[in-house]
Design a protein around this ligand. Structure first.
Ligand SMILES: NC(=O)c1ccc[n+]([C@@H]2O[C@H](COP(=O)([O-])OP(=O)(O)OC[C@H]3O[C@@H](n4cnc5c(N)ncnc54)[C@H](OP(=O)(O)O)[C@@H]3O)[C@@H](O)[C@H]2O)c1
Length: 388
């Protein structure tokens, strides 16, 4: 029987790669549901190709446009509209695997719904864990849901952890390419443009994560993600800069052994691993050619130029509402940077300021997390209007 799959964020970079993986393994998957935000035309193409039972678009006008297109083509796939329609997709469709690949906190409600339904979830949407990590892992345990990492680093850690027992782990070595500004001075980074920030040296990804990689906020989010996914003390997560992005991360064990997972920087590989887990099927991901790989480099991160890393560790240690404030402030600041309203270095500065000023709660409800999220976004918008 094919695995029945719902893809949340099917029109994005991860979503498109997941559909490419499904195409490359005929008979393995049945796409039963797809969801996105506004991309009606792209979703219409996907519906024509995969014939899912239902699709959801969080923006009602886009859903109307999609429904009209499908009706004109005589296609009967149901179209559900509005922010709540994504969680409805999870609750109402029979499925075996959910790929959570929406960008930002917008992915949280449907990801949580999948966990509460006890489903296997391939998690690309790291922001869900950053905002509501405790709630997600406790709910996964209570409902016997499985959270499988899709992020290449966390997939590497997950695979490396199979080499020993939890209590035998000394630390996790989380690798980072260093992004496009790895060798830039702080002065030069002050003048970095959107175009500069979008030029990632090794990975082709959606715009938000690409900017997060340039500030190294992405690595900060990954520290928090790893803390929850692998139940590890944040002080035992060390970031190592590795510009070639060949070693996707490592686990150091108490006996001195370090186990690494390697491969070309190609998201199809970790996506397929999550989709087919625990099996390893023939994949189309690019192959590493050691005769062409001259050398690999490693260096420590520079916390002065990339303060986000320090914040990531702080937030992972504090838990509670810190992740919600941190994530929302960063999402809002990235939005303002993309609109040309703040400078590149302001992203981390504004995020740190909002994080420091938020009213901390160590055991927040989901409602409190959402309230902190909304407050942080408002604060970022206000501090930008004061600046301009
Ligand atoms: N790209 C990578 O290589 C990579 C690697 C590791 C982890 N991740 C993580 O994977 C997630 C997705 O990243 P991406 O690069 O694929 O992003 P992306 O290309 O920007 O795609 C984002 C997807 O989310 C959907 N979306 C955005 N806002 C939405 C909303 N309010 N409601 C419903 N759907 C919404 C978009 O739909 P529309 O097209 O309609 O806007 C699109 O399908 C992020 O959490 C990222 O950190 C990505």
């Amino acid at each position: 029987m094919p695995k029945r799959v719902i893809i949340l964020g099917s029109t994005g970079s991860i979503g498109a790669n997941a559909l490419a993986v499904a195409d490359s393994l005929p008979g393995e998957f049945e796409i039963v549901g797809l969801a996105a935000g506004t991309s009606a035309d792209k979703l219409a193409e996907q519906v024509r190709r995969y014939n899912p039972r239902a699709v959801a678009l969080s923006h009602p006008a886009a859903a109307d446009a999609l429904a009209r297109q499908l009706r004109a083509d005589g296609i009967r796939t149901e179209v559900w509209a509005g922010p709540d329609s994504l969680a409805r997709l999870i609750r109402d469709l029979d499925c075996d695997f959910v790929l959570s690949a929406i960008v930002g906190v917008a992915g949280l409600p449907a990801t949580l719904a999948a966990v509460e339904r006890g489903l296997t979830v391939g998690l690309a949407n790291k922001e869900s864990l950053v905002v509501a990590g405790r709630r997600m892992v406790e709910s996964a345990q209570a409902n016997r849901a499985q959270l499988l990492p899709v992020d290449s680093e966390h997939s590497a850690i997950f695979q490396s952890l199979h080499s020993g027992r939890q209590e035998e782990v000394e630390k996790i070595l989380l690798t980072a390419s260093g992004g496009p500004f790895r060798t830039w001075s702080l002065e030069r980074m002050r003048t970095a443009t959107l175009e500069d920030a979008m030029r990632h040296p090794t990975w082709a990804m959606g715009p938000k994560i690409t900017i997060d990689s340039a500030t190294m906020m992405n690595k900060a989010l990954e520290i928090i993600e790893a803390r929850w996914l692998f139940d590890i003390d944040p002080d035992r997560i060390e970031v190592v800069i590795h510009p070639e992005s060949i070693i996707h991360s490592m686990v150091a064990f108490h006996d001195g052994s370090i186990v690494a997972q390697m491969g070309c920087p190609d998201m199809r590989t970790p996506i397929q691993y999550a989709m087919t887990y625990p099996r390893r099927l023939a994949g189309r991901g690019n192959r590493l050619n050691f005769s062409r790989l001259e050398r690999m480099h490693f260096e420590p991160p520079d916390l002065e130029r990339f303060p986000a890393l320090r914040l990531g560790h702080d937030v992972a240690r504090r838990g509670g509402t810190a992740g919600a404030a941190f994530n929302a402030a960063n999402e809002a600041a990235v939005g303002l940077f993309r609109e040309g309203k703040i400078g590149f270095l302001d992203i981390a500065a504004v995020t740190e300021d909002v994080l420091r000023r938020h009213t901390y709660d160590s055991h927040p409800s989901l409602e409190t997390l959402m309230r902190v999220d909304a407050w942080a976004r408002k604060e970022v918008a206000e501090c930008c209007s004061v600046k301009s």
